[in-house]
Design a protein around this ligand. Structure first.
Ligand code: NAD
Length: 245
């Protein structure tokens, strides 16, 4: 078992990619804590903590509740994220703020609260930030999302540099299009939209949440012990492609 008895907190673990991480980590022996604004869709062997990652007190309560139950935190998967479709000229300030608050500030708040505890307890933990191919590419009508994910990549690097002296590793995952509720809402709304995504996907299919969870598993485990400050892209080849398929 690759995560035997490791205490792993997964934000946004109630659905989609986060839920796949919960299943994969539990299968590998982890004791999982799901942090989400919604209760998990499926019955999972995990502690559920209702938490809004964009709220500092909620992030701190997530850590204290986890410590009360398990005494330590070995792994954090900063996965919770939202989208809002809007072109640059139309994007409202409140929508920009809302997406940035959850997708970027949420990872800062949870990352800081968890890392402080890891440092205090001298735990050489692993933190994983869920980025996207949209951290380095741009979809015109996903303004705040694209900006937030660009920020996540830099957050990953600066956290990795700050925490390296403590032996804590921080890495990112930048998925291509994965068939979850978020992707259905953001980029898979019609046959035409799906065709556009496929024209940019050399492997010719959507990714599965489990295929992202497998990367998270690798980054959480000792198999990636010399890896920090990196973002890995399970994207079906999209970032290597110039033009269309
Ligand atoms: P999803 O909508 O299926 O799941 C997201 C989960 O986050 C939900 O359970 C939701 O309740 C939770 N959540 C939302 N706001 C929250 C908050 N403030 N506090 C706590 N939990 C909150 O989405 P998904 O597709 O599984 O996406 C997960 C992550 O993967 C996101 O960061 C997303 O940007 C990233 N991602 C997804 C794709 C894709 O194609 N699906 C591609 C690249 C990156």
């Amino acid at each position: 078992m690759r995560l035997k008895d490791k205490i792993c907190v997964i934000t946004g673990g109630a659905n989609g990619i986060g839920a796949a991480c919960v299943r994969a980590f539990a299968r590998e022996g982890a004791k999982v804590v799901v942090a989400d604004i919604h209760a998990p869709h499926e019955t999972v062997d995990a502690l559920f903590v209702e938490a809004d990652v964009s709220n500092k007190f909620s992030a701190e309560r997530l850590v204290s509740t986890t410590l009360k139950r398990h005494g330590r935190i070995d792994v954090l998967v900063n996965n919770a994220g939202i989208t809002h479709a809007a072109d640059f000229l139309d994007c409202a300030e409140e929508d920009f703020d809302r997406v940035l608050r959850v997708n970027l500030k949420g990872m800062f708040l949870c990352g800081q609260a968890v890392a402080r505890e890891m440092v205090k307890q001298k735990i050489r933990g692993s933190i994983i930030n869920m980025s996207s191919v949209n951290s380095v590419l741009a979809i015109p009508n996903q303004v705040p999302y694209v900006v937030s994910k660009g920020g996540v990549n830099q957050l990953t690097k600066v956290m990795a540099m700050s925490l390296a002296p403590h032996g804590i590793r921080v890495n990112g995952i930048g998925p291509g299009t994965i068939g979850t509720d978020l992707a259905k809402k953001a980029v898979l709304g019609s046959d035409e939209a799906r065709r556009k995504v496929m024209s940019r996907t050399p492997l010719g299919r959507l990714g599965e949440p489990d295929e992202v969870a497998n990367v998270a598993l690798f980054l959480a485990s000792e198999e990636s012990s010399y890896l920090t400050g990196q973002t890995i892209y399970p994207d079906g080849g999209r970032l290597a492609l110039n033009y269309t398929v």
